[in-house]
Design a protein around this ligand. Structure first.
Ligand code: COA
Length: 162
């Protein structure tokens, strides 16, 4: 049987334990998850496109069932290029739903062979967000319960380098 794969796209500025929880739960359903960092998201990011990619590579380095990739342009085009027709997105609270609903249907409109699958993050991380992590880190707070250790090192590297 062929491998069941899904693309988990995002800005990941930075990845949090919430995103990792979605990947962990998704690996119950899929054989392989491709975590794909978007160059073109609607956000001004703190970490550059390459930094966000490098952080993810470090975080998933030891998991052979997770592959990290970068993509520019439309997500559905990237999905087609790598031959994967499932997009994975995490749902935290009801407030995520509207945006996710719009994105999933738009992606399906662009390419009807693409299906979006939603996985809920575990409840103890379901309120985490990258912007709150960035805010706490910038103000010198402790983010160790919100992100993997690699992210803490990257924040230090980035702020000390300034
Ligand atoms: N745990 C923690 N946080 C989570 C989360 C989870 N499980 N799921 C979502 N989030 C948070 C993130 O922390 C982030 O929070 P922030 O806004 O406070 O920074 C926010 O939800 C969403 O970020 P992220 O999960 O990184 O994804 P995104 O919504 O930025 O991703 C793309 C959007 C990249 C998928 C979308 O812009 C895209 O597909 N771009 C390519 C161009 C394209 O095809 N556009 C057409 C789309 S229809």
């Amino acid at each position: 049987m062929s491998e069941r794969k899904a693309i988990y796209p995002g800005t990941f500025d930075p990845i949090t334990l919430g995103h990792m929880s979605v990947v962990k739960r998704a690996l119950i359903v899929f054989d392989k998850i491709i975590v794909a960092v978007a160059k073109d998201s609607h956000k001004n990011t703190f970490f550059t496109y390459d930094e966000r990619y490098k952080i993810l590579k470090e975080v998933f380095n030891e998991n052979p069932r997770v592959e990290v990739m970068q993509f520019e342009g439309l997500l559905v085009e990237f999905a087609k290029k790598i031959g994967v027709n499932v997009i994975l997105r995490g749902l935290r609270t009801v407030s995520d739903f509207e945006f996710e609903f719009q994105m999933a249907l738009t992606n399906r409109k662009i390419d009807s062979s693409i299906e979006t699958v939603f996985i809920m993050a575990e409840d103890h991380v379901s309120y985490f967000s990258s912007s709150l992590v960035r805010e706490i880190a910038k103000l010198g707070g402790d983010i160790s319960s919100l992100v993997p250790p690699q992210v803490i090192r990257w924040f230090k590297k980035k702020t000390e380098g300034k």
